[in-house]
Design a protein. Structure first.
Length: 439
RNA sequence: GUGGGAAUAGCUCAACUGGCAGAGCACCGGACUGUGGCUCCGACGGUUGCGGGUUCGAUUCCCGUUUCCCACCCCA
C-alpha cells in the first residue's frame, strides 16, 4: 500500500473544520488591520533562499527540498547572483519554499510594490523542510504569516509598525481562545551591533569554553549567539555572565526598541524581555519576538518573527525596511481549546424521501432549502424510514423532513425536531422559514 | 543527522515462559414494511508495519528496514 510520505499527513474532517475556523478568524482579524492576501509560488529559485535565509543556516544547509530543473537564472535575481552562483545554476536549481518571507519580498521587488507606499501582506500556505518529524513538526507544514514592508518614507521603519503587528497577534490569539500565551521580546540590533557583539562574545567565551558542554564548544566556533539557547544546567552560571546584545545596541536601535515597548505598554499587550532570544534566520534585524504556549512540548514556539530592514536590498531591490512573522498553523491548531466537533456546522435538515419516485420531489425541496442558506443532507428513496432516521441522527441534523406520498398529496411535509422529538406538518411554502427560525 | 520507545481489526487496546489472534467501541443487518437515540440478537472485520533468521511451531526471541512518538539539533 502506498502511504503518505514521511513527515506529511492528510488533514481529514472533522479536523479540517478546525483549520477553517482558524483561517477565517485570521482573515477577519488581519482585515481589520488592513492586511491583504498574497499568494506566491510553492517553489522558487534556490538562490532566493540561500541569499535571504542565509547559506550557513540549518534550513539552507541541510533542510531544503532542492532539485535541478531546466531553465535560467531569472533576471530579477541576476544582479544578486555571483559568477560562482551562475555556474552552479546552469541548470536552474529550484527549491520548495522552506518559509514564505523570501518569496513575498521577491514579489515585492518584482512587481515594484514600493510605488504603492506601505505594503501589508499576509499569506496562508504550506512550507517544506526536510527535518526529522515529531509532534508539531512536519516536513510539509503550514504557516500563516504577514509582512509590513515599504519605503522608509511610508513609515515602514517606525516602531509603530512593530507594535501594531504584535498587538494584532495578541488580538488574534485571544480571539481564538488561546489565552495562556507568552510574548518574548528582544532586539538583535543592526548588522554593525551584531558584529561587535559577536566579537565580544567570542572573547568572553575563549577562557571559559573548555568548561562548557560539547554543543556549546561547537557553537563558540560556528555561531556564538546560539550558546544562549543552551539548556545544560551546569553551563547556565557561565552563560549568565556573558555579555548581552542589549549592551551593544547603538543609539538608534536602542531608541527604536524602547519605543516598541512603550507602545505595547500603552495598548496593554503583555510581554517579557528575553535578551537570550535569538532568531535563526540571517535576515533579522532589531525587533525579534516569539509567542510560546506551554502545551506544545519541546516545540513550544507557536509563532515567531522580527524585523528585516536590509532584506530587500540584499535581494537586489530598493531599500524597504520591513517586519513580519510566521505562525505555525499545525501548532496553533494543536493548542486550541475548541474541538473540531464544536466548530463543525451540522446539517439543519435531513430530507428523507420515502418510497419509489420520491427522490425527484426530495431534490426539489433540497434545492429550495439550500437557496435559503440551509445545510441540507439528502437521503434516498430506497431507505427504510428507520434507516433515514438513523442516518439523520448520525449526521447530527437538527430536523428530519419526510417526503412521502401523503406529504406530496397534501403539499405539506412531516418535519420532526430530532432533539425534542416534536413532529409537525408544515406547508411547503413555510418550510424554509420554519427551519431557519430554529437556528 | 544522533539517541531512546512503539507498531496487533476502522478506533482504543488485550493475548502467561514460544502453543488455535481476542474484547470494547464503530460499521452493516435483524427484532420494528411510515419514526431515530436506549436495549437485545446476528454478521462483517487480520499479510500481528514490511523483509529475513532461530524453532516442530513466532504477535512473542534475534537481525535488518519503514513509519510514528519522545528527546537532541534546529525551528513555526
Amino acid at each position: 500500500m502506498i502511504k503518505a510520505v514521511r513527515g506529511t499527513r492528510d488533514l481529514l474532517p472533522p479536523e479540517t473544520a478546525l483549520w477553517n475556523f482558524v483561517e477565517s478568524a485570521v482573515r477577519d482579524v488581519f482585515r481589520a488591520y488592513n492586511f491583504q492576501e498574497i499568494r506566491t509560488p510553492v517553489f522558487e529559485d534556490t538562490a532566493l533562499f540561500s541569499r535571504s535565509v542565509g547559506e550557513e543556516t540549518d534550513i539552507v544547509s541541510k533542510e531544503m527540498y532542492t532539485w535541478d530543473d531546466r531553465g535560467q537564472v531569472p533576471k530579477i535575481l541576476a544582479d544578486a547572483v555571483t559568477p560562482e552562483d551562475s555556474a552552479r545554476y546552469s541548470y536552474q536549481s529550484l527549491t520548495l519554499r522552506p518559509e514564505n518571507t523570501a518569496g513575498v519580498v521577491r514579489a515585492y521587488i518584482e512587481h515594484d510594490l514600493w510605488q504603492k507606499g506601505l505594503s501589508k501582506l499576509y499569506y496562508i500556505g504550506p512550507q517544506f523542510r526536510r527535518e526529522r518529524p515529531q509532534k508539531g513538526r512536519y516536513r510539509q507544514f503550514y504557516q500563516i504569516g504577514a509582512e509590513v514592508i515599504g519605503p522608509a518614507s511610508a513609515g515602514s521603519e517606525s516602531p509603530a509598525r512593530d507594535a501594531e503587528v504584535l498587538e494584532m497577534l495578541a488580538t488574534l490569539l485571544d480571539r481564538l481562545g488561546i489565552t495562556d500565551w507568552n510574548l518574548e521580546l528582544n532586539s538583535v540590533g543592526c548588522p554593525n551591533d551584531r558584529t561587535a557583539f559577536n566579537e565580544a562574545l567570542r572573547k568572553a567565551l575563549e577562557p571559559v569554553k573548555d568548561k562548557m558542554c560539547a554543543d556549546c564548544q561547537r557553537r563558540t566556533v560556528t555561531n556564538p549567539l546560539r550558546v544562549f539557547d543552551c539548556k545544560v544546567p551546569e553551563d547556565q552560571p557561565i552563560i549568565e555572565k556573558l555579555p548581552r546584545i542589549s549592551q551593544f545596541l547603538d543609539e538608534p536601535c536602542r531608541a527604536h526598541f524602547e519605543a516598541v515597548q512603550a507602545i505595547l505598554k500603552s495598548v496593554g499587550v503583555q510581554f517579557v524581555l528575553n535578551d537570550r532570544l535569538v532568531r535563526g534566520l540571517d535576515y533579522y534585524t532589531r525587533t525579534a519576538f516569539e509567542f510560546t504556549h506551554g502545551a506544545l512540548g519541546a516545540q513550544n514556539a507557536i509563532l515567531g518573527g522580527g524585523r528585516y530592514d536590509g532584506l530587500s536590498e540584499s535581494l537586489g531591490g530598493p531599500a524597504a525596511p520591513g517586519i513580519g512573522f510566521a505562525i505555525g498553523e499545525d501548532r496553533l491548531v494543536m493548542s486550541l481549546k475548541e474541538s473540531a466537533e464544536g466548530v463543525l456546522r451540522k446539517p439543519d435538515v435531513y430530507i428523507a424521501p420515502l418510497g419509489p419516485g420520491m427522490n425527484a420531489e426530495a431534490a426539489r425541496l433540497a434545492r429550495e432549502l439550500r437557496r435559503h442558506d440551509l445545510v441540507v443532507e439528502l437521503g434516498d428513496e430506497s431507505f427504510r424510514l428507520k434507516k433515514s432516521f438513523e442516518a439523520a441522527t448520525k449526521a447530527g441534523a437538527k430536523y428530519i423532513l419526510i417526503v412521502g406520498e401523503n406529504e406530496v398529496k397534501a403539499d405539506a411535509f412531516a418535519l420532526k425536531d430530532l432533539a425534542k422529538g416534536e413532529q409537525v406538518s408544515v406547508p411547503r411554502a413555510e418550510l424554509a422559514q420554519r427551519i431557519q427560525g430554529a437556528r
